[in-house]
Design a protein around this ligand. Structure first.
Ligand code: AMP
Length: 475
């Protein structure tokens, strides 16, 4: 097995790694660090949770340890899609630069320009930024990027989702291709990402650590099929079901991230949980930065049990011990499912991911199953057995409908992944485990069984529903 000492890292970096308690490099680190240290461009196909951040931070520190930054001319640049991810990368730099004197600045929205300008004026070795804020600084004439020796693009697939690719191309254009080394990371290689890497990377060393769009084997997954008693009660009945699902997990659920597709639902779900005595707080791009940071810090420290989040706000967050992920909605973008459930089961721990699926989301569920190449086991609606004398019930009890989707139609066959063993259901009930053996749901069931054929309507991927300005504001 490769050891950190085999990788040619600066001894001061090795000392900091040792103190951080990491014994050996993760596969992406073992593969990406040597070519990065040789000055090669690296294309890393890896999700969060693989240790990819240290995969670029450690060689960067080693490469930058000699030399000094000049005013307004950063020596390296890390581009991240969201503020949270940028802050996390900055924390990584703090950890590993303990014994190396490097200056850094974090350019993210929601923080005053003045402080950021002062740092840039002094000269920084490492500039960590979201694309929108970086361009704002650049366009104000405060920044010169031609001296950037190492440029990192992190979570490029997310940049694509958020409409940042034109910004990334612009930023590449401000750097010097002859002296710039590029380290480029993406969980998946969409054609647009492929195009960018072909354009801006020079003979990159390609490192791929996990199959594209796989979901961790240590994460138990389940989906509850749910039909509201009335259309106008869907929201409140789903929230009730969510509480029941949380309760059913009992003490196993030490903490959880609850994902909603819409920012407005993030607020409503958090408020509702709080009202019912659950320790919950929301996080999404409309909240101010100090509030987001406070909420996240509380969740990391174990002071907050439930974090209700939008995809953008939670993407890439490194919170090592999250026992559960609840998908209040089926994500409309199948890739998001992989990213959402990747928040649990990190660093070899077990995790659970439970999702609520209403009939109109069945097509999205089928898309997810196609992507992950396995069916998500059905789990029982816990409200089926719940009594109706709950205190202060928000709404009438949810209708107890059997799952409407058929997992045995002919189209399902096409979607059936190859698999050796049936996945385990989240709640290991006999009845459910039989259902778990079923095939992935069929796509578009011609309006039968509640899976009506629909246009974009409610199924607009959340990032498309955002205006460009909103997407920038999210970053
Ligand atoms: P990342 O994929 O960069 O978000 O990292 C995921 C998690 O792995 C973080 O909690 C890191 O602190 C942790 N980590 C990074 N490198 C190592 C390593 N070599 N050994 C163990 N854990 C690591």
């Amino acid at each position: 097995m490769t050891k950190f000492t085999d990788l040619n890292l600066n001894p001061k970096v090795l000392k900091a790694i040792n103190e951080a308690g990491y014994e050996s490099p993760t596969p992406i680190q073992a593969d990406a660090i040597p070519p990065a240290l040789e000055g090669r461009d690296v294309l890393g196909i890896a999700q969060t949770g693989t240790g990819k951040t240290a995969g670029f931070v450690l060689p960067m520190i080693t490469l930058l340890a000699r030399g000094r930054a000049r005013a307004r001319m950063p020596r390296s640049l890390v581009l991240c899609p969201t503020r949270e991810l940028a802050a996390q990368v900055a924390e990584n730099f703090d950890t590993y630069t303990k014994y190396v004197n490097l200056t850094k600045a974090l350019l993210i929205g929601g923080v005053s320009f003045g402080e950021q300008d002062k740092l840039i004026d002094k000269g920084v070795d490492v500039l960590i930024a979201t694309p929108g804020r970086l361009l704002d600084h650049f366009e104000r004439g405060k920044l010169i990027l031609s001296d950037v020796k190492v440029m990192v693009v992190d979570e490029a697939d997310r940049m694509l989702d958020m409409g940042f690719i034109p910004d990334i191309e612009k930023i590449f254009g401000f750097t010097n291709p002859l002296t710039r080394q590029t380290l480029f990371f993406s969980a998946t290689m969409a054609p647009e990402i492929e195009r960018i890497t072909n354009t801006f990377l020079s003979n990159p060393f390609r490192v791929e650590v996990a199959r594209q769009a796989t979901t961790g084997e240590n994460i138990k997954q389940g989906v509850v099929m749910f039909t509201a008693s009335r259309k106008d009660r869907e929201g409140s009945e789903k929230r009730k079901l969510l509480r029941a699902l949380i309760d059913a997990e009992g003490e196993k659920c030490t903490n959880a991230i609850i994902f909603c597709n819409r920012k407005s639902d993030v607020d409503i779900v958090a408020k509702s949980l709080k009202k019912y005595g659950y320790d919950a707080a929301p996080i999404h791009g409309d909240l101010d930065q100090s509030q987001r940071t406070r909420t996240l810090d509380g969740f990391r420290a174990g002071d907050l049990r439930f974090l209700v989040a939008s995809d953008v706000a939670a993407r890439g967050l490194d919170i090592p011990a999250v026992s559960h992920v609840f998908n209040f909605d089926v994500p409309s973008h199948a890739e998001d499912y992989v990213h959402r459930i990747g928040r649990t089961g990190r660093a070899g721990r077990d995790g659970a991911a439970i999702m609520i699926c209403v009939p109109r989301d069945e097509k999205n569920l089928a898309d997810i199953e196609l992507l992950v190449q396995k069916p998500i086991p059905l789990i029982e609606n816990p409200l089926k057995t719940a009594t109706s004398d709950e205190p202060e019930a928000e709404v009438a009890p949810a209708e107890e409908k059997q799952p409407s989707r058929s997992r045995r139609s002919s189209t399902a066959k096409k979607a059936e992944p190859k698999r050796d063993a049936a996945p385990k259901p989240v709640a290991a009930e006999e009845e459910n485990s039989q259902k778990a053996n079923r095939k992935p749901s069929a796509r578009g069931k011609n309006g039968k069984n509640g899976g009506e054929v629909i246009g974009m309507g409610d199924h607009l991927p959340s990032f498309i529903a955002l205006s460009f300005e909103e997407r920038r504001a999210e970053s």
